[in-house]
Design a protein around this ligand. Structure first.
Ligand code: PLP
Length: 425
């Protein structure tokens, strides 16, 4: 509409947000001119620094979502910004038609970090998952000898692996899959955490078991400790690939590089995303050994942007930071603080709190508030979190949050619960 066009600055390099002055006007224009595929909280962020963001009216918020873990290292982490700036002055995109001098360092470092031999870089998390589905199917036909077009993949109920048509085909969330059929066949869904159900679903056509080591979107659901080990044993016995979707759980969130480490399980493939892009751009990857990734030959899979110089510069820096920086230890230490304080809330407005590393799912008593309402009240107090199903909220602050700031955020949760009447007879 002409109304919007008139507000876009004419001068190249002008601040595109400049002419829009208030939070309300930003939201009005956004809601008018963007699809309503999200229902954001009424906060318009203008700047980020570490664990904090500032809105267009100068209000500060502690970002306890961190881009669903994409901002694990904090907003504008200086090491990551420096790496991106250096790369901006050299070359940003080549396509994989050629090699570039950041590619080998990145794939070598990431493979090594994951303890695997090879990397197939993509962009979004969903693309890494799609890559894994394709690799698993090819592997089933070429290596396992499954009859053509009969390969099956076992997945878990409550999963969230992304938004493509194939991925939503095996979602059991009606919001995610409803209205998008016809659906891609070849998936069997069994309850999360139930190794026996997986065993019952596996047959001679099974290419892979695809699982989140901790289910993020489902509300930070940590499976029983013997779940992944039993899946590992089953997959070995039945010649099935075990694929761990670590897009949200990996790269520091749980205090380890891979959430799988908590149970000592080594899957056949890891999927990384989110934090691999340093909060700067989408970078994802499937990481496995040559006997798995080797089934893909030139021309059989790829992406124009996958493994681009900018992505590799940032991704290699993320790997170095995880190896050399304080992030994993900090996530563990802060996670203990989070766990201890959240336990105090149980029975006082919180039905259950699940914690692993610096990551928590908090089930608020449904009679007190919906998750959405909690998020709105917390935003008013300067804490940004995101609800998930029903009355559950998730906490995943940047790993650079200070102890005091985390403590303060937990004080705000306590205050909101009290305001809502928690603990009153
Ligand atoms: N896998 C998991 C476990 C996720 O949590 C997500 C996103 O939340 C994805 C895959 C999809 O990632 P993206 O949104 O980058 O496509």
């Amino acid at each position: 509409m002409s109304e919007t066009r008139a507000q876009v600055p004419q001068e190249p390099g002008g601040d595109p947000a400049g002419p829009i002055e208030s939070t309300g006007e930003h939201i009005r224009l956004a809601e008018t001119h963007s699809a309503h595929n999200y229902a954001p909280l009424p906060v318009v962020i203008a700047e980020g620094d570490g664990a904090w963001v500032t809105d267009v009216e100068g209000r500060r918020y502690l970002d306890c979502l961190a881009g669903y873990s994409a901002v694990n290292f904090g907003h504008r982490n200086p090491d990551l910004v420096a790496a991106a700036r250096r790369q901006l002055d050299r070359v940003t995109l080549t396509s994989r038609a050629f090699y570039h001098d950041g590619f080998a360092p990145f794939v070598t470092a990431l493979a090594d970090l994951a303890g695997k031999g090879q990397v197939l870089p993509m962009n979004s998390g969903a693309e890494a998952v799609e890559t894994a589905i394709k690799v698993a199917r090819r592997w089933a036909y070429d290596v396992k000898g499954v009859p053509r077009d009969e390969a099956s993949i076992v997945v878990a109920g409550g999963n969230f692996h992304g938004r493509t048509t194939t991925i939503v085909s095996f979602s059991d969330d009606p919001d995610a899959y409803g209205g998008y059929g016809p659906y891609t066949p070849g998936f069997r869904t069994v309850p999360y955490g139930d190794a026996e159900a997986v065993a019952a679903a596996v047959d001679s056509t099974t290419a892979a078991v695809l699982v989140e080591p901790v289910q993020g979107e489902a509300g930070v659901i940590v499976p029983p400790p013997d779940y992944l080990p039993r899946l590992r044993e089953l997959c070995d016995r039945r010649q099935v690939l075990l694929i761990a979707d670590e897009v949200q759980s990996g790269l520091g969130r749980t205090g380890t590089v891979r959430a799988c480490e908590h149970t000592g399980v080594v899957p056949d493939a890891y999927l990384f995303g989110k934090a691999l892009g340093g909060g700067i751009m989408p970078v994802s990857a499937m990481v496995a050994d040559e006997d798995v990734l080797g089934v893909i030959k030139p021309g059989q899979h790829g992406s124009t942007f996958g493994g681009n110089p900018m992505a590799c510069a940032i991704g290699a820096t993320v790997v170095r930071m995880l190896r050399e920086g304080p992030y994993l230890g900090d996530a563990r230490r802060l996670g203990e603080l989070l766990r201890t304080r959240l336990k105090e809330f149980e029975g006082r407005g919180v039905v259950a709190a699940r914690c692993i590393g610096l990551w928590a799912g908090i089930d608020v008593a449904p009679e007190l508030a919906t998750g959405r309402r909690m998020c709105e009240l917390l935003a008013e107090r300067g804490v940004l979190v995101k609800d998930t199903h029903g009355s559950t909220i998730r906490l995943s602050p940047p790993l650079v949050v200070s102890d005091d700031d985390l403590d303060w955020a937990l004080d705000q949760i306590a205050a909101v619960l009290t305001d809502l009447g928690a603990g009153r007879a």
